[in-house]
Write a protein that binds this ligand. Structure first.
Ligand code: ZN
Ligand code: ZN
Ligand code: FE
Length: 692
C-alpha cells in the first residue's frame, strides 16, 4: 500500500500534547509513525518527506534525531515536526468582519491564535479552520444565533450540519451511542457517525435545533487532529464544547483546501480564519457512516478510508470509471485493486470539475496507473459523462457507457467477491438513473452479471412533471402519482393545500398533454409522493430530504399491513409483443397509494402511515424477488441504490428476503448511493469489453 489514508492522532501523541513538560506541549501539529496526515499531504511516491507538503520545513536537530532513531516512535515519521521547526498557526480577521471587534487588529500566531479562535467560537463567531483535508466552518453548536447565521451564510437550506464534540461523554449528553457507534467514533478513521438524538428532556447539553432540523439523528465526530483536541479542550468546569464543523464551501462546491482560495471564497462566510502553513495537497472531506445492526453502513467515503483500495476477486485491466453526477467519486483499477477516490462532490459546477480532474491526475500518479479504458454513466448530460468523452478522445481510449443501476448492482457484487459468471437478482432503488430507453429509472429489478443485465422488473413508470421543479417540490410528485393512479385530487390531502392554484392548473395541463414530463420508475420519487401525502414534507431544500424525514418519524401503530394484491404482476402480453420492454413483471404502486390516501384522509398519524408504507415497500420488494426467482432460479439478491440508506426499509427488506430463503448482499465499504457507482462501472466496463 504505497499511500495510507490520514490517521487520527494517537494516544501517545495526545499524552504528549497535554503534558506541560513535553517539548511538544500544546503543539497542534504533533504526530508520529502511528498517526497524522498522509493522503492529504503526499504529492508523489515514494512516501518521503521531500514528496510531501512538509518539504519546506527543515527538521531541527531534536526532530532529526528522533527521525533517525530506529527505537524512536518517530523513526521515519515523514511529517515529524515540533514548535521549533514545524508549521505554525495564524489567526486573521475576515475582510467582512471588523478586526477590532474580534480583538484581531493584528494577526495572532501560535497558541495565542488558538486561544483567541476558541474565544471567538465561544462568543458565537464563525471561524474558518484549516484542517487535514480542507477548511471547516465552525461555530458553537449550542448557540442558536451562531448556527442560524452559519446556515444562512452558507445557503444550506435545512441540510443537517455535522458537529464535533470534545469527547464521548460530551456526545452522550445529547445523543444515544451504541457500542458499535462508540467503536466507530473512536476509530483511527474517525468518521462522522449519524447518531440518534436524545429527547430534549433527556439532554444534559442541548444542541441548537438548527443543527439538524427535522431529523431524529445528528452527525457527530470526535476530534481527530491535535488542533481539534486543543480547540475543544477546556481546563475549567464549563460544559464540554460542541462545535458545528461543516465543510468550508458554498453549497455543493468542493471543500476549500488552499489558503488563498479560502480567504477569497470563504470571506463572506467566516468572521475569522485559523490557518496554518502546512499545505493540503489533495482535498478530503470527512467520511460519514451510519450503524445498521451493529455494522457500519458507509454514506460518504473520504478521510480515513480513501485511498485504501477495495480488493477485487479478479485482476482487471487499468480502467478509469468516472462515477455519476451527485456525490461523485471515481475509481481507478489496477490488477486486483480498485482505488476509489475520496468523495468529490456534486458535479454541477466548474469548481467540482476542477477538483475531480486534480484528483484523477493525483491518483494516476501516486498509484502509477495509466487508464486503458474509460467507463461512465449512460446519462448524456452528466458533467462526468462529458468529461469522460473528451478524456477518452484526447487519450485515444475506448469508452464504455454503463447503465446506472447495473453499476450499482455490480458494485455490491464486487464488494462480495462474486466471480465472473455469477449472476444475482439485483434490486436497485434510487432517485434518478438514466435508463437504456432514455427514461428515468430508479425502481429496478435486474438479472445481472458483471458483463450484462436484463431489466426483468420495474416500478410502473409515472409522469414526472417539470423534472427538477418536481424534485424540489414533492407535492407535485404526489399529485402526478394520484393523477396516474386515477385517484381524485381531494382538497383535504396535504399536497393540494401545498400547491398554489395557478401551479395546479399548469400541472394538470402538463399531465394531460405529457408536455415537459418524463416517465420515471423512480422509487425515490415514490417516497417523495408518500411523504407529501402523509403531510410530512412538501418542499425540499436538499436531496432526499422528504424521504429522510418520512423514515425518521415512522412509528409502529400495530395497524394491519396494506393489502398489496396485484402490486407485483406480469406485464401484459401486448406490451411484451410490441417489444416495448423486456420487463417481465411490473411493480404497481396504485393499490398502495389508494390505501395510503385513505389513511391520510382518515386522519391516521403520519408516523403510522410511514411505518405501513415502509413495510409495504419491503413486502413488494420481496414479492418482486420471488417473481424473479421463479423466472430465473437465482437465489442471491444484491441490494443497492440510495434508497437503501433508509435503514428502516433496509431492515424490513432483509428480514423478508431472509425469511423467504434468499441470500442477501449489501454494501460493506462503499456507499449504496451514487458515491459507490464508480466501482460498479469499472467492473461492468471490464467484462463488457472482455466479452465483446
Ligand atoms: Zn502519534
Ligand atoms: Zn523540530
Ligand atoms: Fe443511483
Amino acid at each position: 500500500m504505497p499511500v495510507s489514508p490520514d490517521v487520527a492522532v494517537c494516544d501517545d501523541c495526545l499524552a504528549e500534547l497535554f503534558d506541560p513538560h513535553d517539548r511538544r506541549y500544546r503543539y497542534p501539529f504533533i504526530n508520529c509513525t502511528n498517526c497524522g496526515p498522509r493522503f492529504t499531504i503526499i504529492r508523489d511516491i515514494p512516501y518521503d518527506r521531500p514528496m510531501t507538503t512538509m518539504a519546506p520545513f527543515a527538521m531541527c536537530s531534536d526532530c532529526q534525531a528522533e527521525y533517525e532513531d530506529p527505537a524512536d516512535r518517530r523513526f521515519h515519521a515523514q511529517p515529524n515536526a515540533c514548535p521549533v521547526c514545524g508549521p505554525v498557526l495564524t489567526l486573521l480577521a475576515s475582510p467582512r468582519a471588523k478586526a477590532a471587534a474580534l480583538d484581531l487588529a493584528a494577526p495572532l500566531s501560535g497558541d495565542d491564535a488558538l486561544r483567541q479562535a476558541q474565544r471567538l467560537l465561544d462568543n458565537g463567531r464563525i471561524v474558518a479552520i484549516k484542517g487535514l483535508g480542507g477548511y471547516h466552518l465552525a461555530c458553537d453548536a449550542v448557540n442558536d444565533t451562531a448556527v442560524l447565521t452559519l446556515r444562512e451564510r452558507k445557503g444550506r437550506g435545512n441540510k443537517p450540519l455535522a458537529v464535533m464534540a470534545a469527547d464521548l461523554d460530551a456526545v452522550r449528553r445529547f445523543a444515544h451511542v451504541t457500542p458499535a457507534e462508540e467503536r466507530l467514533l473512536t476509530s483511527r478513521e474517525r468518521p462522522i457517525v449519524l447518531l440518534r438524538k436524545r429527547a430534549p428532556a433527556d439532554c444534559d447539553l442541548r444542541l441548537s435545533e438548527h443543527v439538524a432540523p427535522g431529523n431524529l439523528t445528528v452527525g457527530v465526530m470526535l476530534p481527530y487532529t491535535p488542533l481539534h483536541y486543543l480547540l475543544l479542550h477546556d481546563e475549567g468546569d464549563a460544559p464540554p464544547r460542541v462545535y458545528v464543523m461543516t465543510s468550508g464551501n458554498l453549497s455543493e462546491e468542493p471543500i476549500v483546501k488552499d489558503d488563498d482560495e479560502a480567504l477569497d471564497r470563504l470571506a463572506s462566510l467566516a468572521d475569522a480564519f485559523l490557518l496554518h502553513n502546512r499545505a493540503i495537497h489533495i482535498h478530503c472531506d470527512d467520511s460519514v457512516v451510519r450503524v445498521f445492526r451493529e455494522t457500519a453502513l458507509p454514506i460518504r467515503r473520504a478521510r480515513g478510508y480513501a485511498p485504501f483500495p477495495v480488493r477485487l476477486p479478479q485482476s482487471l485491466q487499468p480502467i478509469l470509471a468516472v462515477g455519476g453526477e451527485l456525490k461523485n467519486t471515481f475509481c481507478l483499477t489496477n490488477d486486483r485493486y480498485a482505488f476509489l477516490s475520496q468523495h468529490i462532490g456534486d458535479m454541477e459546477n466548474l469548481e467540482t470539475l476542477h477538483a475531480f480532474e486534480a484528483a484523477v491526475e493525483h491518483f494516476a500518479r501516486i498509484f502509477r496507473v495509466q487508464p486503458q479504458t474509460v467507463a461512465h454513466d449512460m446519462h448524456p448530460a452528466y458533467l462526468s459523462t462529458r468529461w469522460a468523452e473528451s478524456y477518452a478522445s484526447q487519450h485515444d481510449l475506448p469508452r464504455v457507457p454503463v447503465q446506472h443501476h447495473h453499476a450499482h448492482i455490480a458494485g455490491v457484487m464486487a464488494e462480495h467477491g462474486l466471480g465472473a459468471d455469477e449472476g444475482v437478482i439485483g434490486v436497485a432503488l434510487d432517485g434518478t438513473g438514466y435508463g437504456t430507453d432514455g427514461t428515468i429509472w430508479g425502481g429496478e429489478i435486474l438479472l445481472a452479471t458483471y458483463g450484462a443485465f436484463q431489466r426483468i422488473g420495474a416500478l410502473r413508470p409515472d409522469p414526472l412533471p417539470g423534472g427538477d421543479a418536481a424534485i424540489r417540490r414533492p407535492y407535485r410528485i404526489a399529485l402526478a402519482h394520484l393523477w396516474a393512479a386515477g385517484i381524485e385530487w381531494d382538497e383535504a390531502l396535504p399536497p393540494l393545500a401545498a400547491c398554489p392554484p395557478e401551479e395546479r392548473r399548469i400541472l394538470e395541463r402538463q399531465l394531460e398533454t405529457g408536455l415537459n414530463t418524463v416517465p420515471t420508475s423512480s422509487m425515490g420519487r415514490l417516497f417523495d409522493a408518500a411523504a407529501s401525502l402523509a403531510g410530512v414534507r412538501q418542499v425540499v431544500t436538499y436531496e432526499a430530504q422528504a424521504a429522510m424525514e418520512f423514515e425518521t418519524l415512522a412509528a409502529d401503530a400495530a395497524l394491519a399491513p396494506y393489502d398489496l394484491t396485484g402490486a407485483v404482476r406480469p406485464v401484459s402480453p401486448q406490451s411484451l409483443q410490441s417489444g416495448i420492454s423486456e420487463v417481465q413483471f411490473e411493480i404497481d404502486p396504485r393499490p398502495l397509494l389508494r390505501q395510503l390516501v385513505q389513511d391520510a384522509l382518515g386522519g391516521t398519524a403520519p408516523g403510522a402511515i410511514s411505518f405501513r408504507f415502509h413495510q409495504a415497500i419491503a413486502a413488494i420488494v420481496r414479492d418482486a424477488c420471488l417473481a424473479a426467482r421463479d423466472l430465473c432460479g437465482l437465489n442471491v439478491v444484491a441490494l443497492s441504490g440510495g434508497v437503501f440508506q433508509n435503514v428502516l426499509l433496509l431492515g424490513a427488506v432483509l428480514d423478508r428476503l431472509q425469511e423467504s430463503g434468499f441470500t442477501t448482499l449489501t454494501h460493506l465499504r462503499i456507499p449504496a448511493n451514487d458515491g459507490g457507482l464508480a466501482l460498479g462501472q469499472a467492473l461492468v466496463a471490464h467484462y463488457m469489453t472482455r466479452d465483446a
